[in-house]
Ligand binder design. Structure first.
Ligand code: MF3
Ligand code: CO
Length: 256
């Protein structure tokens, strides 16, 4: 069942969403040559605690891994797709890209968002990867209207990414969000005809999160059991927003 939120609940999700936005803005400003992904982690955790919120990811049990995640951020560099583990050993260098994903729980409601940030200048192809992934998220957001169906959202990402020849990661998907980090439905970044295609209604909130490889779509998990990387070693981008369906249209909760 997809849980619909009241306007008062959406206001609480908005507060969580704006906190996540503020953290990601700070992360974006911190990203530069020589910074470690652990430095990002420590600053993000401080911001979350200072806001009186709880990190949504730290301690979160992921059944597919069989473990609890140990950080407030996922920091996935270059060919890493998702769930990159912050580390003092991971020093960002020019030409890298880093996907930063974080979630918080504030007053019982969750926010979840991700950005991919270039470190200095990146190649034109990587620039295009970032632009296309970001655009695919915007096109999906625009489908978040009562009366549309879930496949309109998934299909918007799929069509745009495919038209540019990049690889859509299939092993990880977006999700409903509310009083839980992960609620129904799953939101793949492609139309999965095995799934149901529910009609979208006012009060539904989806975390839409395209993960796109510059090369082939396949990914694998590394020896640390968490970090997913593209199988062909191509760079991977990830952008995510929480989006509510309102009478006035899509409401992106995780940006101003
Ligand atoms: N953004 C991802 C998601 O929404 C990351 C959460 S998984 C965790 O599913 F392991 F980091 F908690
Ligand atoms: Co998410």
């Amino acid at each position: 069942m997809i849980i619909r939120k009241t306007p008062a609940e959406l206001e609480k999700m908005r507060a969580a969403g704006l906190l996540v936005h503020g953290i990601l803005k700070r992360m974006e400003a911190m990203v530069s040559e020589g910074v470690t992904t652990l430095e990002l982690e420590l600053e993000a955790e401080k911001m979350i605690r200072d806001a009186g919120a709880k990190p949504a990811f730290k301690g979160y049990y992921v059944p597919a891994v069989g473990q609890r995640y140990q950080f407030v951020l996922c920091t996935s560099v270059n060919e890493e797709v998702v769930h990159g583990l912050p580390s003092a050993k991971r020093i960002l260098k020019k030409g890298d890209i880093v996907s930063i994903d974080t979630g918080v729980e504030l007053n019982g409601y969750y926010g979840d968002s991700a950005i991919t940030v270039p470190v200095g200048e990146v190649s034109p192809k990587v620039e295009r990867l970032l632009a296309v992934t970001r655009e695919s998220l915007e096109l999906a957001i625009d489908q978040m209207r009562a009366g549309n169906r879930l496949f309109d959202v998934c299909g918007a990402v799929e069509r745009h990414v495919n038209s540019h020849g990049f690889g859509i990661v299939r092993e990880f998907v977006g999700h409903g969000i509310g009083t839980q980090l992960h609620e129904e439905p799953q939101v793949p970044n492609y139309v999965d005809r095995k799934n149901e295609n529910p009609r979208l209604k006012e009060g539904m909130v989806l975390a839409i999160e395209p993960m796109v490889n510059a090369g082939k779509p396949e990914s694998r998990v590394t020896a640390d059991k968490w970090t997913a990387v593209s199988k062909d070693g191509s760079f991977s981008a990830h952008f995510e927003h929480c989006v509510a369906i309102t009478a006035e249209g899509p409401w992106v909760l995780t940006r101003p």
